[in-house]
Design a protein around this ligand. Structure first.
Ligand SMILES: [Zn+2]
Length: 222
């Protein structure tokens, strides 16, 4: 099962991805992890990527696609994978298509207002970095960290204007992709303005049950 996961920041994509990894026994493959791993291991591709990143430039698609080709050829991907953070553009989607056939594109949809509400309620401990949410995980004492007593602050990233900017960038970047996969009949749109359990039930309903889970789970990680 080869899945692409699309979703704006704050939509809960990370949580859903983790659950799908467990449910289907397939790995989550993110470009961030690919870059980190290749740079850490000092591969040729990693060295190339690092040079661009140090200049503050985007890593060219051919480098990213080569990393991806190597990653999905590994044993743990033979039953599929969940792609996170790639593709972001139509040329990347076309390059991916030459690499492998994707089965489903899950698009987690959530109105901006709800995302803004979720993220703008986030507070971070200025001392230990613990994360709270004024609505869902409030501290026992207002403004104070449960763990260390540090002062809770709102990060610049979590302020409404910053969130709205990020959402706008995301929508601009992703809407052509959503149309692209919709035309190909691969797009599954899921209402993500709910709690993660409900979202997961619907995603699994769309993807179907997996019979390969037990087999894969019994194998050691490479
Ligand atoms: Zn703290």
């Amino acid at each position: 099962m080869k899945i692409i996961l699309l979703g704006a920041p704050g939509v809960g994509k990370g949580t859903i991805a983790k659950e799908l990894v467990i449910k289907y026994g397939i790995p989550q493959v993110s470009t961030g992890d690919l870059f980190r791993e290749n740079i850490q291991k000092g591969t040729d591709l990693g060295k190339k990527a690092k040079a661009y990143m140090e200049k503050g430039e985007l890593v060219p698609d051919d480098v990213t696609v080569s990393m991806l080709r190597e990653r999905i050829s590994r044993q743990d991907c033979r039953k599929g994978f969940i792609l996170d953070g790639f593709p972001r553009t139509i040329p990347q989607a076309e390059a991916l298509e030459e690499l492998t056939a994707i089965d489903n594109v899950i698009n987690l949809e959530c109105p901006d207002e709800i995302i803004v509400m979720r993220l703008s309620n986030r507070r971070t401990c200025s001392k230990c970095g613990a994360i709270y949410n004024l609505v869902t995980i409030p501290p026992k004492e207002p403004g104070k960290c449960d763990k260390c007593g540090g002062k809770l602050v709102q990060r610049e990233d979590d302020k409404e204007e910053a969130i709205r900017n990020r959402l706008e960038v995301y929508r601009k970047q992703t809407s052509p992709l959503v149309e692209y996969y919709d035309r190909k009949g691969l797009l599954v749109s899921i209402d993500a303005a709910r709690n993660p359990d409900e979202i997961l039930v619907e995603v699994v309903g769309e993807l179907g049950e997996s019979d390969a889970v037990e087999e894969i789970r019994s194998e050691p990680d490479q």
